[in-house]
Design a protein around this ligand. Structure first.
Ligand code: NAD
Length: 497
């Protein structure tokens, strides 16, 4: 898919370095697609070590003045940025749809979550407060003060091109750090747009930089001596690699990784509420969410009725462009990713799961339901498997597509045990009307983002994104107070006068 020549009709993105757009040093580019039509909408340069050097040098040069800027002034720039994000809200949501394919409603939700991160960061004067204890000994006082680290590198995935970078950028900047973002090469357009808005908001040149690229670009960032910390969000194998490599180069790292989220449904659950929540969790954003529920654990007698209702509801999801208000589910990100998902569906069949609904054979072969989406788009209809066992690949591995597996168990304990066998621990939900069952679930489940009668336990700016097990590598999570700690060092001062 890599090309060296660009289609003359489609522009090639540029890097943002020291407040100005720059042509890349790298000559290789990759096409960026509209997943709903398969059309090439841009080319993204695959930045090399020289591109990374330039961006990091700009961020390093901007650091002394930026960290010396009073925190209220740093926050004030974010207030301006907030105003611009609100003013361009719809445009940004449509851009997310264009490069990612999700529905406009989903994209609006994503932009809103990103804005909430800016709102949280605007409270920096309070969030950055240190602590003081007087008279730790007679006439001796002790206090802690927070300091920014320096240059932070952010590396982000394709599935939330607005929200995930905003888990990092507002807080890192308001703490006094400077930043180099390497957005996903599959969805780089949102980053280009909000970078312009940051500049328009009054951010000094070099405080925020964008270097486009892929694997080699990331490697250059991880190994760069002037990068102090790395915030990464992406798939599990890459997260593990980023964590090890950046740590080996002496950097602070937080690496948020993949998932296999279980949704436990008890016999006392209100199915009228549970079914739409499960459908939205499994098939929202075409299953391309790290908080997507991908395994339903049906407890006791609920299974038959639950599967019947899930099948009906999934059949009602209309495939199409995310910009069409009738669309229930958009395309997946790329044709090769669709092939990968189809491969998992084939393995589910081969390993003996019961096919309830097969997204590879529905409709016209592109698998759509209802009105035909663009045949060149990367569409794949919902798939549901029943009587899946925890050993099957479809129950164990992150598919990151519209595939839902139902595992049948007899008791809540058995259901929790099934979920806890997963090497991932990003999120889990329970559907029940029993407070005692919900509490047992909360206490025993080995996952960090929990939902009770909620299909997607969405992250909030003021709490940490608390992935467990192989869904997270590091110590301090993204967002909330964890992020303030991640983006700062402390001095502890003991004084006698
Ligand atoms: P990905 O791992 O392919 O890419 C993420 C970033 O890493 C991109 O910027 C990419 O350019 C870079 N990258 C890819 N391969 C690399 C390599 N070999 N070496 C160095 N860098 C590399 O992830 P994706 O497909 O863009 O995103 C989907 C994944 O992200 C899913 O696994 C999903 O669960 C995960 N995710 C997790 C969270 C979370 O909060 N835990 C949130 C969103 C997405």
């Amino acid at each position: 898919m890599t090309t060296t020549a660009s289609n003359a009709d489609v522009r090639t993105l540029r890097m943002l370095v020291a407040g100005a757009e720059r042509a890349p040093h790298a000559t290789e580019t990759e096409p960026v697609y509209d997943p709903a039509t398969g059309a090439v909408i841009a080319h993204v340069p695959l930045g090399n070590a020289a591109d990374v050097d330039a961006a990091v040098a700009a961020a390093r040069a901007a650091f002394p003045a930026w960290q010396a800027t009073p925190v209220v002034e740093r926050a004030r720039i974010l207030f301006h940025y907030h105003t611009l994000l609100e003013a361009h809200f719809d445009e940004l949501a449509r851009l997310v749809v264009r490069e990612n394919g999700k529905t406009l409603e989903d994209a609006r939700g994503e932009v809103r979550r990103g804005i909430e991160m800016v709102e949280y960061a605007c409270g920096a004067p309070t969030l950055l407060m240190g602590e003081t204890v007087r008279d730790v000994s007679r006439g001796i006082d002790c206090e802690s003060i927070r300091y920014p680290l320096g240059v932070i590198a952010g590396i982000t995935p394709f599935n939330f091109p607005m929200m995930v970078p905003h888990w990092m950028i507002p807080l890192a900047l308001v703490c006094g750090n400077t930043f180099v973002l390497k957005p996903s090469e599959r969805t780089p357009l949102s980053a280009e747009r909000f970078a312009h808005l940051l500049t328009e908001a009054g951010l000094p040149a070099g405080v925020f930089n964008v270097v486009h690229g892929a694997r080699a670009t990331v490697t250059a960032l991880l190994e760069h001596p002037d990068v102090r910390a790395v915030s990464f969000v992406g798939s599990q194998p890459v997260a593990a690699h980023v964590y090890r490599t950046a740590a080996a180069h002496g950097k602070r790292v937080q690496a948020l990784a993949g998932a296999k989220n279980h949704l436990i449904v008890l016999p006392d659950a209100k199915l009228d509420q549970a079914v739409p929540a499960i459908i939205a969790s499994a098939f929202g954003a075409a299953g391309e969410r790290c908080l997507a529920g991908s395994v339903v654990v049906a407890v006791g007698g609920v299974a038959d009725e639950l599967v019947r209702r899930l099948d009906t509801a999934a059949g009602g999801l209309r495939l199409g462009s995310g910009l069409d208000s009738a669309t229930g589910m958009g395309p997946v990100i790329r044709a090769d990713h669709r092939e990968r998902v189809r491969g998992y569906i084939a393995r589910g069949k081969a390993q003996g799961a019961t096919v309830v609904r097969d997204g590879t054979t529905n409709g016209d072969g592109n698998g759509h339901a209802g009105a035909a989406p663009d045949p060149d788009g990367f569409f794949l209809a919902p798939t549901i498997f029943d009587r899946v066992t925890p050993e099957m690949d479809i129950a164990r591995e992150e598919i990151f597509g519209p595939v839902l597996s139902v595992v049948r168990v007899e008791t809540l304990e058995e259901g929790i045990a099934v979920a806890n066998r997963s090497r991932f621990g990003n999120a889990a939900s329970i559907f029940t009307t029993s407070g005692a069952a919900a509490r047992t679930f909360r206490e025993r489940i080995e996952a960090g983002m929990l939902g009770v009668n909620v299909g997607v336990a969405a992250p909030l700016a003021f709490f940490p994104f608390a992935g467990w097990k192989n869904s997270f590598y590091g110590d301090l999570h993204a967002t909330g107070k964890d992020a303030i700690a991640f983006y700062t060092d402390q001095k502890v001062i003991t004084s006698r006068w």
